[in-house]
Design a protein around this ligand. Structure first.
Ligand SMILES: O=C1C[C@@](O)(C(=O)O)C[C@@H](O)[C@@H]1O
Length: 227
């Protein structure tokens, strides 16, 4: 998968949702950490959409509560499947030096890497966000940052950081979680954000403030013709 233009990912724990996602999504974000038996699900996947595989650690807001080495091994296993075009690796795991193997495997398999960072408490300053994204971009094809907006000032700082990195030629994906930040999911692509996430059904949101897939697709497409 390349992220040269905006990719709208249907975020799900259930690959059986792919037919329902197909009309509006460009990819499936498979939340392996939320699935019962993720590798078995990948084995039987016969959908059309490429998969961005995420196996989110509990320490980064996910539900993989076990050993981190095993978590990244399972993620590396996912790259063996042809449908998996990209994986998401937490920036912190990369900086700790825990992700060397999975990054190497992804490279060998021609699978893209999204290096991600989440702030569930608030929104760092614009400068801090630029630094985090710049660091993430050194290790991955896409640098992703999800923050929690508490004010419109926060959302503007995130969009400004997104625009700055994009103007500099970096590939980033950004979104502000929470209700105040929801609209950033629609406008961030205009400032260069390359990935959006949405559940097929709003009730299955994988982060606070997400719109459902059809709605996000419609909103984003109405704002711009090239995403
Ligand atoms: O990191 C992200 C972004 C996200 O947290 C969001 O805010 O849409 C949703 C997650 O499923 C995904 O892995």
């Amino acid at each position: 998968m390349n992220f040269d233009s905006f990719v709208l990912a249907a975020s799900t724990a259930d690959l059986g949702e792919e037919p329902a996602a197909r009309e509006h999504a460009d990819a499936i974000e498979f939340r392996m950490d939320l699935a019962e038996n993720p590798l078995a699900a990948l084995e039987t996947y016969d959908g059309e959409l490429p998969i961005l595989a995420t196996n989110r650690a509990a320490w980064e807001g996910g539900e993989w509560d076990g050993d981190d080495v095993a978590r990244l091994e399972v993620l590396a296993e996912a790259t063996r499947f042809d449908a998996v075009g990209a994986i998401d690796v937490e920036l912190e795991a990369i900086l700790e030096g825990d992700a060397e193997d999975v990054l190497g495997t992804a490279r060998d398999q021609g699978v893209s890497v999204v290096a991600s960072s989440h702030d569930f408490e608030g929104t760092p300053t614009r400068g801090e966000m630029v630094s985090t994204l710049t660091e993430a971009g050194k290790h991955a094809d896409v640098a992703k940052l999800a923050v929690t907006a508490e004010s419109k000032t926060d959302t503007l700082a995130l969009l400004a950081a997104t625009e700055q990195l994009t103007a500099h030629g970096d590939r980033v994906a950004t979104m502000a979680m929470g209700e105040v930040g929801s609209h950033t999911r629609v406008v961030a692509p205009i400032y260069g954000s390359k990935i959006g996430y949405a559940p097929v059904d709003e009730a299955d949101a994988t982060a606070p403030g997400q719109y459902d897939l059809e709605r996000l697709k419609n909103l984003v497409s109405r704002l711009t013709t090239d995403v």
